[in-house]
Design a protein around this ligand. Sequence first.
Ligand code: UD1
Ligand code: MG
Length: 459
Amino acid sequence: MVVVAILAAGRGTRMKSGLPKVLHSLGGRSLLERVIESVEPLSPSRQIAIVGYQSEQVKTAMHSISNLEFVEQTVQLGTGHAIQQLLPYLQDYTGDLLVLNGDLPLIRSETLQQMLQTHAQNQNAATILTSHLPDPTGYGRVFCNDRNIVQQMVEHKDCSAAQRQNHRINAGVYCFRWQNLAQVLPYLQANNVQKEYYLTDAVTQVGQVMAVDVEDYQEILGINDRLQLAIAYEILQRRVKEKWMLAGVTLIDPTSITIDETVELQSDVIIEPQTHLRGNTVIKTGSHIGPGSLIENSQLAENVTVQYSVVTDSTVKAGSRIGPYAHLRGQVQVGAGCRVGNFVELKNTQLGDRTNAAHLSYLGDSVVGNQVNIGAGTITANYDGVKKHPTKIGDRTKTGANSVLVAPVILGNDVYVAAGSTISQNVPDDALAIARSRQVVKLGWRRKTNANETIDRHK
Ligand code: UD1
Ligand code: MG
C-alpha cells in the first residue's frame, strides 16, 4: 500500500511567470497533470498534492482528477517543510509514502514501479531515485557507499567545489517508510544557503536509504526554468516521433514536425515538414499530411491529403483532398472523395461524398449532399447579425461562381444557381435559379464630347 504526495506548492521563481510552475504546459498538459499520470498505474491508496502558491488556481486546474486531495502549505519554506504539512493527515498511517517533486514531468511509471520493488525487497527505510548527469548543475548531489546506500545529500548551492564534481544527482523522487520519516520531520533545521527546510536533510536520518539509478537521465529532468521546459518538450517529441516512425509512419524532416502523445497514426501515413498534429487526432493509412498543416482533434480516414491547411474538430472520409489553404473547423464532416480547395473555409458543415468546393468559399452551418459542385466564391450568408441560420444543398446541385446563399435557405437536388446570384428563397429540385439584375448593353454608346475636348483614354 502506498500513499503518494506531490510537491506543488512552490512558486517556481526561475520560470519568471505569474503562473505557478506546476501549471506550465508541456505538450498540452501541465507538469502536475503529467506527474499525477505517472503515479496512476501504481494505484495509490491516496494521492495528495501539496499546494501553496496560488493554490486556488492549481486546485481549479486539477478539478477533473477526482481522487486528488489537497494539503495547504501556506508559506513555502522548503520541500521538507512541505512534507511536514502531511503530519496531521497521516497520523495513523503505517505504510509507505512516495514523494515526487511536481516539476518532474517525464518520469515513467515503470521506473517508479521498479523503485518501489527495490524498496520492498531490501526493506529500506527509504529509497530514492538518482542519476548520473553530464551536467548536474543545480541538482542536489547524492553520495553513496559501494552498495548504493546513501551516506550524504548536499544541495548544489551548499556543495563545496569538490562535492560538485559528483555527478550523481537526486531526482526528487523518494519512497519513505512513513513512520520513520514522521519521527524526523519535526526536527529539520534550515541551516543552509537557502535558509529552507530541505526534505533531503530528512532522508539520511530515517535509517537505511538506498539509491536506485535511472539509466536514462532524461526521465528525471526537473523543470525549473523555460529552457528546461523546452528541453523536456524536445525529449517528449523525440519519444513520440521515434515510436511512430518505427510503427511505419514517414516523417519528412522530423525536427520541423510536432505530434502530441494523444495522436494516433497508422502505417504508411506520410507527414511533411512544418506540420503539427494535436489532441485526439487519428490519421489512417495512406494519408499524406502537409507540408505546413495543423490538424487538431480531427479524424482523417484512409488516403486523405491535406496541404497547407488547418483542420480542427472535424472528420474527413477516405480519399478526400484538403487544401492548399483550406480551413475546417467546428465539427465539419467531409465525405469520401471530396475536394476542399484553395481558400475555402468550412464551419459546422457536412459534405456528402464526391462533393467539391474548390475555390474561395465559405460554407457555415450547412448540409451539402453528394456530388455537389460549389462554384468558386460561393458564400453562405449564415449570420443575420443576431442568429446563425442553416443552409441545405441537395445532391448533384451546382452553384455558380460568386453565388450568395442567404440562410435559412434550401436548394433541392439537381439545382443550378446562376453565377453572381443572391439566393434568398428556397429552390426546388431540377430548377435553375437566377437572382441578379439583367445585363444592359447600350450599343453604339460613347461619351458625348464638345469639339474642343479631347479624351485621353490612357488617363
Ligand atoms: C529539488 C531537490 C534537489 C533535487 C531536485 C530535482 C530539495 C531541497 N532539493 O531541488 O535535491 O536534485 O529537486 O529536480 O528538495 N516545493 C513546495 N514547497 C516548497 C518548496 C518547493 O511544494 O516550500 C515544491 C516545488 O513546487 C517543486 C518541488 O517542491 O515542485 C521541488 O522544488 P524546487 O524548488 O524545484 O527544488 P529544486 O531546487 O529543483
Ligand atoms: Mg526543481
